[in-house]
Design a protein around this ligand. Structure first.
Ligand code: ARG
Length: 611
């Protein structure tokens, strides 16, 4: 899955071009159903056509479920490639037949058929599916993690707000999307470093510190915690002065030099500002249950000059209009690694960061989560890093920019508070939580204060996350409390209810589920049982697809379909009191566990209190 150096995957931006191998082409056993089938078809292709060995097997979900569960699509392309060679099969169908003749008996397939010019339709064996679910229940759902990620070193650069500036909804999106991607990778056994690349360095600090110093008669030493209590206000006031007063501007510039030169008093003030911001950011992370390792821009500061010197020495960067630039082919603008006034900017830091992440952190994959507006910046950085030779020979490193769209208000314009200000994220989350409290109380009048608190946090914050993640990340979406907190439709609230309902079926049966899991087995007869089992077993593919394109809505879509398929099963198949009770309870349990695995990936907490 981790593809060749900087290979682009759908919807992402990357630096170099070699095509990614299809996700399905796993050679080892284990992994998702699709990976396992692909491995079997790989063997069949290699045996049937040794000259074509290595041609990756293409197995996908069948687009017409009435013909099969999966299909293998290799015959047409193989036929084309062998055309004109001695003994080449005359038609794609003959290629398909030859592949089928060599298909090893893995016990997975109950039926195959040919369709169209040479598609192979595959029906999975019911016994195989039933065993797969039984085993998952016994071994845990992590046994279904897709293969190919374990042990990979992945850096996810996300959230990354700016010190002393507003943490806006864009940062909220980055936090939510980045956390989900990191969770999916962690689920698959990757070694994930979640980096918070906060903007804690740069000229704005000169302005802030100078303002603090001048506001107090006693100077910086007299500054108190109050000065940084409302950083928004501090920033605005300092900025206004900076824009209006030329002399203040000059003093602010000097302050930057003093700060960056290590002046202890200025450093201390900078620390205070960073700490105050950090406390604000942490309130959001605590509510969302997101963990991050802070490694802000300042971390790379000592590396900037050596990086630029090295780029200049090797002729990767050149001087242009006084600035030091890397010109990359096909780009309209250069990557400026040092500005004409000698300062280092956002791009300089990102170049140093790529280098550090590949060579010191030994990343196999680097993912950046920011709004789409930064796509050009990352294009340039990735191309610049490639030109600089930062991607090592002989080790594959994938790099992706995961861009996302805007959050809009009801009016379709950029999301703002009623007063027209930027929305404070803590307030936004609190609002979502408080709006659901009444519903929780109505549904569970007997619940304790503590239970209500837990459930409304889970549902309120979960709703915000889900409403964000369910959209294709590149589209803009409208933020609406009413929609996201609705009990009907594709919302976290609906999903949490659906989950609670399934667990109550199990609970009300009075059976000991742990014991049942160990002693009973899933058996599949009714068509709705089979459909449910198949959808449950496809959980790994949803994770695989999500990681392939780094599109979190693949998980919400999967989850939504899971509730739908479950409802169809539950409408037609009596569970408690039926002759199939044991197996059907196991199906309920498998559904609930798979839902919880989805919630986990989406960062949604499942409250203990049944709502
Ligand atoms: N601080 C930046 C912003 O608010 C995002 C940083 C993203 N990460 C990076 N390595 N450039 O837009």
């Amino acid at each position: 899955m981790i593809s060749s150096a900087a290979a682009p995957s759908n919807g992402t931006v990357a630096a170099a071009a070699p095509a990614a191998a299809p996700a399905a082409a796993a050679t080892s056993a284990g992994g998702s159903l699709r990976q396992q089938l692909a491995a079997a078809f790989q063997m069949a292709i290699d045996t049937a056509f040794p000259a074509m060995a290595g041609e990756p097997a293409i197995v996908v979900a069948c687009n017409q479920p009435k013909f099969g569960d999966y299909q293998c699509n290799n015959a047409m392309a193989l036929h084309g490639k062998m055309k004109g060679k001695p003994d080449a099969p005359k038609a794609p169908r003959m290629v398909a037949e030859a592949i089928l003749a060599q298909l090893p008996d893995t016990g997975m397939v109950s039926e195959t058929s040919l369709a169209g010019p040479g598609f192979i339709n595959i029906r999975l064996s019911k016994d195989f599916l039933a065993d797969r679910l039984t085993n998952m229940l016994r071994e845990g759902i992590s046994s279904w993690a897709p293969r190919g990620f374990a042990g990979k070193r992945v850096i996810v650069d996300f959230s990354s707000p700016n010190v002393a500036k507003e943490m806006h909804v864009g940062h909220l999106r980055s936090t939510i999307i980045g956390d989900t991607i990191a969770r999916a990778l962690e689920f698959c056994g990757a070694d994930v470093l979640r980096l918070n690349h906060i903007g804690d360095w740069g000229t704005q600090f000169g302005m802030l510190i100078q303002y603090m110093a001048e506001k107090r008669p006693g100077g910086l030493n007299a500054a108190t915690d109050e000065d940084v209590a409302d950083l928004q206000l501090l920033y605005r006031a300092a900025k206004a002065r900076f824009d209006d007063e030329e002399e203040f501007k000059a003093r602010a510039r000097e302050a930057v030099t003093l700060l960056q030169g290590g002046n202890p008093e200025y450093q201390q003030a900078w620390q205070r500002i960073c700490d105050a911001s950090r406390r604000e950011f942490q309130k959001i992370y605590n509510r969302l249950g997101v963990t991050l390792t802070e490694r802000g821009e300042s971390f790379y500061n000592p590396m900037l000059k050596p990086v630029v010197d090295d780029l200049m020495e090797r002729g990767v960067a050149e001087e242009s209009e006084g600035a030091k630039c890397v010109f990359v082919e096909g780009a309209q603008i250069p990557l400026i690694v040092q500005k004409s006034d000698g300062g280092f900017g956002y791009a300089s830091t990102d170049m140093a960061a790529v280098k550090h992440r590949i060579h010191e952190e030994k990343a196999d994959w680097i993912i950046y989560v920011t709004d789409m507006g930064q796509a050009t910046h990352f294009d340039l950085v990735f191309a610049g890093a490639k030109k600089a030779g930062y991607f090592p020979e002989g080790r594959t490193v994938r790099i992706d920019h995961v861009g996302f769209g805007l959050v809009l208000g009801d009016d379709g314009k950029k999301f703002r508070s009623r007063s027209g200000d930027v929305v404070r994220l803590v307030e936004l989350l609190d609002e979502a939580k408080s709006r659901i409290v009444t519903t929780v109380k109505e549904r569970r009048p007997d619940a304790s204060e503590e239970e209500i608190e837990e459930a409304s946090m889970a549902m309120g914050y979960g709703a915000v996350k889900y409403a964000d993640l369910k959209n294709h990340r590149t589209t803009n979406y409208k933020f609406s409390y009413d929609d996201m907190l609705s009990m009907n439709g594709n919302t976290a609230v609906y999903q949490l209810y659906a989950h609670a309902r399934i667990t109550s079926i199990v609970r009300k049966s009075g059976r000991d589920m742990d014991e049942l899991v160990q002693t009973a087995r899933v058996r599949l007869g009714h068509e709705k049982e089979v459909a449910l089992a198949l959808h449950i077993a496809r959980f790994s593919e949803a994770v695989e697809d999500m990681l392939d394109d780094l599109l979190p809505h693949r998980i919400t879509e999967y989850l939504y379909d899971l509730s739908t398929v479950f409802n169809q099963f539950y409408t037609e198949c009596q569970v408690v009191g039926s002759p199939e009770e044991e197996s059907r309870l196991l199906l309920c349990e498998a559904t609930a566990r798979t839902m919880r695995a989805c919630f986990h990936l989406l960062g949604i907490h499942v409250p203990k209190c049944r709502i």
